[in-house]
Design a protein around this ligand. Structure first.
Ligand code: F6P
Length: 345
């Protein structure tokens, strides 16, 4: 019997979301005769009852398009009992048999709670941060790393011409995956990540060692969530928080530049890459990975594997228990940071 299947994209957008939606619809319509309902703007669409019928026409020509045709938000559907009850009620009102939720830690945490309350949910991990546990890579990450690496390559030439310290701030709230991958790929001289609070003196030592070797410029890559040892909130930009309690980050590079100029006497300039890492067309790797995630998600709906998440393990895409993936973020392992440190200075 054909199912009515809802699909939503929640949290920060990223390249690859549309490739997931496309794969879900192509296989769901062609192989399973599913009827699809697109929930608009993440969880807020379920609460505000904003949705649209989706068909093959809806997903024509979108595999390469960034963003999400459904829209997204950081709305929390389980913020309090009243909001959660409205989410449950509207799920029933839409007469849905299942809901495919595509998102990061916050979206997936809410999905788990609604699954436990009785909604048939399957999940797809999404974030440029690559910090969702249980899966080797999230789509969006490769594109962000490519964008950041290209930025580092460009900063090298201008840093050398002006004998400056160039500080590139990349995204990564709790985990420094973008910083470590793009830093290594771009040949950065220092990489600072949230997992390893840093000593300013150590950064200065690397810069001075380079100067002694006649290299009077340096490239520092810092994740927006990184901070000096013992000064967790020193570099926070605002105290604005979103629906899930996350403070808005951004600006750690500017604070670091002030400190380094004082301590080295060298000219510093900063580049905050920000949402450029979230925009534009996905890389081929992300389109391919996102497509495979979408196929796994719609197969899980067909097999009624509720409470599961599609996960990349090595080169395989497999269903894993969602509850095992939302307990804590996946952070950069120290052995990988040791690899990065080989090239510091
Ligand atoms: O969660 C992905 C992410 O890009 C983080 O790296 C970043 O801190 C956050 O989203 C930015 O959120 P917003 O787009 O709501 O400003």
């Amino acid at each position: 019997m054909s199912k009515r299947v809802g699909i939503l994209t929640g949290g920060g957008d990223c390249p690859g979301l549309n490739a997931v939606i496309r794969a879900v619809l192509v296989k769901g319509i062609r192989n399973y005769n599913f009827k699809f309902i697109g929930i608009k703007n993440g969880w807020s669409g379920l609460l505000d009852f904003e949705w649209e019928n989706l068909d093959r026409q809806s997903i024509s020509g979108i595999i390469h398009r960034g963003g999400t045709i459904l829209g997204t938000s950081r709305t929390n559907p389980v913020k309090n009992p009243e909001v959660k009850a409205l989410a449950m009620e509207n799920f029933k009102k839409l007469r849905l048999d299942a809901l495919i939720t595509i998102g990061g830690e916050d979206t997936l945490g809410a999905a788990m709670e609604l699954y436990q309350a009785g909604i048939n949910i399957v999940a797809v991990p999404k974030t440029i941060d690559n910090d969702v546990a249980g899966t080797d890579y999230t789509f969006g990450f490769d594109t962000a790393v490519q964008i950041a690496t290209e930025a580092i390559d460009r900063l090298h030439t201008t840093a050398e011409s002006h004998n400056r310290i160039m500080i590139l701030e990349v995204m990564g709230r709790h985990a420094g995956w973008i910083a470590i991958y793009s830093g290594i790929a771009g040949g950065a001289d220092v990489i600072l990540i949230p997992e390893v609070p840093f000593e300013l003196e150590d950064v200065v030592q690397v810069i001075n060692a380079r100067r002694e070797r006649g290299r009077s410029f340096s490239i520092v890559v810092i994740a927006e969530g990184a901070c000096p040892k013992g000064k967790k909130d020193a570099y926070l930009k605002t105290d604005k928080v979103d629906d899930f309690g996350h403070v808005q980050l951004g600006g750690v590079a500017v604070a670091l530049a002030k400190d380094l100029e004082k301590m080295t006497g060298l000219d510093c300039r900063t580049t905050i890459l920000g949402h450029v890492q979230r925009g534009g067309s996905p890389t081929a790797f992300d389109r391919f990975l996102a497509t495979r995630y979408g196929i796994c998600a719609v197969d899980m709906v067909h097999k009624e594997q509720w409470g599961y998440m599609a996960a990349l393990r090595g080169t395989e895409i497999v269903p894993v228990l969602l509850e095992d993936c939302i307990k804590a973020e996946k952070t950069v392992p120290m052995e990988l940071y040791e690899v990065a440190k080989v090239f510091f200075g």
